[in-house]
Design a protein around this ligand. Structure first.
Ligand code: PLP
Length: 414
């Protein structure tokens, strides 16, 4: 029995009414950004048309309504991720901004020369570059946990590297290239035992498997809305309240102050001190609608659907000659992101051929250049799944790969 009613779900997504080149769209790039259901699009349009004004500074009806909706987004996020209070939720521009806030706002304040920041070799640049920048400023050192022979987080190396010099462990919740799911609970427990904080890049994890931040016990989690059916331009940073209290604002400006003189300023309460400037107000309404949509499906069903499609796709891909998949073979250690190469075909050429067959996949380094370099390839093609995908999409991918294999075949006469 399917875990999700994909026919009903697909009818909520206007994009699937479109044909490209006369073909139905098989969208397999939700890892980069997901499609948006009418519920999200309509909620934003209705709000922008009839309730819009700037938030937090108006005594008039529209501003009060907008403020209520904006704060409803914060409460929705808190509920969705199991935060103990909406005040632990900072609304940001996305996961990248959230990770920069943590790196500069917490790391910039607390890291010193000789301290270590432990990352993995398979981080998205969003959870690598900010730490490189902060390391340069503070004198802290970067160290890395690699993946093992099955593309899993190498727990033995992690344990060997974890000592009291490690002050930050910043790790992806799910690799956007390999699909790898590091053992977060164990990482949190062991990191805390040496006094290190744990930052989870939840950009891929949270939209697909959800999270209970209180149960997980990490210190910070960063997420983007646009990968979870919501709009671009908004995301969130969850922080445990004591960690948020240790964090300095990364940006200054309007909205984030308690008082200001020409020489200095004091900060507003948490979380507002971390939200300088006019926030993504219309987008916050879209994020609320996206959360409500996912909650109605149920995150257990969303995760089960991803797992079913991933198992089906890996099973079929295993029969394709010359195809290499980069990611854990143990299905319990991976999510619905599948990176692959086909013989010597350049992944960009592959993606172009697949597009002509109606199949949208991403090709490139996926903002994880050190990882792709470690895989020993210039790039990979990547298929990723979400709630609207079906086995038909996987079958279309396989058909497209067979067309591509034929085109790239050395025996083909041109
Ligand atoms: N982290 C991971 C694992 C990602 O896949 C992405 C986006 O692809 C990001 C961080 C950055 O997210 P955004 O570009 O929405 O800030």
């Amino acid at each position: 029995m399917p875990s999700l009613d994909t026919a009903a779900i697909r009818s909520d997504f206007p994009v699937f009414e479109r044909l490209i080149g006369g073909k139905q769209i098989h969208f397999l790039d939700s890892g980069a950004s997901s499609q948006k259901p009418s519920q999200v699009l309509d909620a934003m349009t209705e709000f922008a048309a009839h309730h819009y004004a700037n938030v937090h500074r108006g005594a008039y009806t529209l501003s009060l309504e907008a403020t209520t909706e904006f704060e409803r987004c914060r409460s929705s996020v808190a509920r969705f991720i199991g935060a103990t209070s909406p005040n632990e939720v900072v609304l940001t521009r996305g996961a990248t901004t959230a990770l920069n806030q943590i790196a500069f706002g917490w790391g910039g304040e607390h890291l010193r020369a000789g301290d270590k920041i432990l990352l993995t070799t398979f981080e998205h640049h969003a959870n690598l570059i900010p730490w490189q920048m902060v390391a340069r400023r503070t004198g802290a050192q970067l160290d890395f946990v690699p993946f093992n022979e099955d593309y899993q987080f190498d727990i033995d190396v992690f344990e060997a590297k974890l000592d009291t010099d490690v002050k930050v462990v910043a790790v992806t919740g799910m690799s956007n290239v390999l699909g790898t799911l590091p053992p977060l609970r164990q990482i949190v427990e062991q990191s805390h035992s040496v006094g290190a904080i744990v930052v989870v890049d939840g950009a891929q994890l949270v939209p697909h498997l959800g999270v209970d931040v209180t149960d997980l016990g990490a210190d910070f989690v960063a997420v983007s809305a646009h990968k979870m059916l919501g709009p671009t331009g908004i995301g969130f940073l969850w922080g445990r309240m004591d960690r948020l209290e240790e964090m300095e604002p990364f940006e200054g400006g309007g909205e984030m102050i308690a008082d200001v003189t020409l020489e200095s300023a004091t900060w507003a309460q948490i979380p507002h001190r971390f939200e300088a400037g006019t926030p993504a107000i219309i987008e916050s309404v879209g994020l609320t609608a996206a959360i409500e949509y996912l909650e109605a499906l149920g995150m257990d069903a969303v995760a089960a659907h991803d797992a079913e499609l991933t198992a089906y796709a890996l099973g079929r891909l295993a029969d394709v000659p010359d195809l290499t998949v980069y990611g854990p073979s143990d299905l319990s250690k991976r999510g619905g992101v599948i990176s692959f190469t086909l013989g010597d075909a350049h992944p960009h050429d592959l993606a172009t051929i697949l597009d002509s067959e109606g199949v949208s996949v991403r090709a490139g380094h996926h903002c994880a250049k050190p990882l792709v370099r470690a895989l020993g390839v210039p790039a990979t093609a990547r298929a990723s799944f979400y709630v609207y995908n079906t086995t038909d999409d996987v079958d279309a991918l396989l058909d497209g790969l067979s067309v591509a294999a034929d085109i790239f075949s050395p025996s083909r006469v041109v």
